[in-house]
Design a protein around this ligand. Structure first.
Ligand SMILES: [Zn+2]
Length: 406
C-alpha cells in the first residue's frame, strides 16, 4: 500500500562547533528526546542541500529538494516572492521583490521601509497596478508592512538587470543597469516605471494623510532581486502525489505555489521565532487527510543562526523537539516522516554555509540506524545524499517508486 509522506524542513538548522556550547552544534547541545527517539527508528545520515560545499539559499535548496533543478529554473527570488503573494505569473514574466520606501525630491533614500508602513499599502499598490509603458505591463502587489512585489510582462524582457534599491539610506536610488546587452529594454522600462511610481505615489491621498500625521510617505517603489518566472512541471504530475505545504515565509510559499503544491494558511504560520510550531504540525496532519505529501517549514532556527545566537538556537531546537513530540502523538501510524534542514546557518558565521545537514527518514518499517538527531550522530548513518535525492527517497519509503528494469 502506498503511504503518505510528511517532510519537515527545519530552516537553517545545521550548524558548526560553537565555543559557547562546548564546541557542540546547537542540535547536539539541545535536549531533544523526541527527535532522538525518532532517529533510533529511522534511517539517518547527512544531506548536501545542493552539492558538497555549496552555500544554498532557502529558495534554491527547497527547489532542489522538491526535484526542480535550481540551475535551470532559478534566475532570482523575485518570481517566487511574487507567487508567494498570490500574484499570477506566466513563464517569461520578470518579477522583483520591492520595498515601499521614502525618498526626497532628489530621489535620495530617507527610509528604505517608509517608517515600516503598516496600513494603506494595498491602495498604493493598486495605484501602480496595471500601468503600461510601451508594450510592457506592470503589476504590483503589497506584502507584509513595507514589502511588495512587482511583475513585468511583455516581449523581449530578461532578468539580468541590477537592483534599483541602493540598499542603504542617504543614497540616491540606483538606475537599473543591464547586466547583459539584451537586458537594455528591461532596465530602461524598469527605470521609467520606478520614476513613475514616485510621481504617482507622492501625490497619493494615503501619503498626503501620512504626512499630515507626521509619518514618512511611502513615495517610491524600490525593486531588487530580479528573476524570470520559469516553467515548472506540476508536482502532482511529476510524482503522482497531491502536495500541500504549511510554511511561514512568502518565498517558500511561492516556490510551492509555482510547483502546484497547495499552501495551507493559518494565522500562527509566521516565519518568525514565535511561530506556532504545534499549529503547523496540526494543520499538516489535517492536510494529510486530503493530500499525499505535505511540506512543513519552520524558519526559527535560521533566524537564530543569522542573529549569531547559539543559546537561542538551542532553545529553538528544544521547542521544535517539544512540537515533534506532539506531532508523533497525532501523526497517523503509516505516514512516512522525513526531517531535515534546507542548509546550515552556523551561529559562528551568521549566514548560510555549505556544511551538510542531518536527515532522518522514518516509516514503520524503515531501517533503524540512528542514535540522536544531530550533525555528528547522523553522520554515522547510511545516508550521504544531495537535496535532489530526497524525492526519490520519499517515493521509495512511501512504496510509490516505479521499478527501474524488470
Ligand atoms: Zn533556509
Amino acid at each position: 500500500m502506498p503511504r503518505k509522506a510528511l517532510l519537515v524542513i527545519l530552516d537553517g538548522a545545521g550548524d558548526r562547533a560553537n565555543r559557547e556550547l562546548d564546541y557542540k552544534t546547537p542540535l547536539q547541545y539541545a535536549r531533544t528526546p523526541n527527535l532522538d527517539s525518532l532517529a533510533r527508528k529511522s534511517m539517518v545520515g547527512l544531506m548536501d542541500p545542493i552539492a558538497p560545499g555549496i552555500r544554498a539559499g532557502s529558495d534554491t535548496s527547497h527547489l532542489n529538494i522538491l526535484g526542480y533543478d535550481p540551475y535551470k529554473v532559478y534566475t532570482g527570488r523575485g518570481p517566487f516572492e511574487a507567487a508567494g503573494l498570490d500574484m499570477e505569473l506566466e513563464p517569461g514574466d520578470i518579477a522583483f521583490r520591492c520595498n515601499f520606501a521614502t525618498v526626497d525630491d532628489n530621489l535620495v533614500v530617507k527610509d528604505r521601509r517608509a517608517g515600516r508602513i503598516k496600513e494603506g499599502t494595498h491602495e498604493l499598490a493598486q495605484a501602480l497596478n496595471g500601468l503600461k509603458i510601451e508594450d510592457v505591463e506592470f503589476f504590483v502587489k503589497e506584502g507584509v508592512e513595507h514589502r511588495a512585489a512587482l511583475v513585468m510582462r511583455g516581449p523581449g524582457l530578461i532578468p539580468f538587470v541590477s537592483d534599483v534599491d541602493p540598499h542603504g539610506t542617504g543614497l540616491k536610488i540606483h538606475d537599473a543597469m543591464p547586466l547583459k546587452e539584451e537586458a537594455e529594454k528591461t532596465a530602461r522600462l524598469l527605470n521609467l516605471f520606478v520614476r513613475k511610481s514616485y510621481e504617482i505615489l507622492k501625490e497619493h491621498p494615503v501619503n498626503k494623510e501620512r504626512e499630515k500625521e507626521g509619518l514618512l510617505p511611502a513615495n517610491i517603489l524600490l525593486p531588487r532581486g530580479a528573476g524570470m518566472a520559469p516553467h515548472m512541471e506540476k508536482f502532482s504530475a511529476k510524482y503522482r502525489m497531491k502536495g500541500a505545504c504549511v510554511v511561514g515565509t512568502p518565498l517558500i510559499r511561492g516556490i510551492c505555489k509555482m510547483a502546484g503544491i497547495e499552501p495551507i494558511d493559518f494565522p500562527g504560520a509566521t516565519g518568525s521565532y514565535d511561530t506556532d510550531m504545534k499549529g503547523k504540525f496540526r494543520h499538516a496532519v489535517e492536510a494529510l487527510k486530503t493530500h499525499d505529501f505535505v511540506l512543513v517549514n519552520i524558519k526559527a532556527p535560521d533566524i537564530a543562526g543569522h542573529d549569531m545566537l547559539p543559546k537561542k538556537k538551542v532553545e529553538v531546537m528544544e521547542r521544535i523537539d517539544e512540537a515533534v513530540g506532539y506531532l508523533l502523538k497525532i501523526l497517523p501510524e503509516d505516514v512516512a516522516l522525513i526531517i531535515t534542514a534546507d542548509h546550515s546557518t552556523p551561529c559562528t558565521v551568521g549566514d548560510h554555509s555549505g556544511d551538510p545537514v542531518p536527515i532522518l527518514v522514518y516509516a514503520s518499517d524503515s531501517r533503524r540506524e540512528g542514535t540522536e538527531f544531530n550533525e555528528i550522530a547522523c553522520a554515522r548513518g547510511s545516508l550521504r545524499i544531495k537535496g535532489s535525492d530526497i524525492m526519490s527517497i520519499v517515493l521509495n519509503i512511501t512504496n510509490r517508486a516505479e521499478k527501474f528494469g524488470a
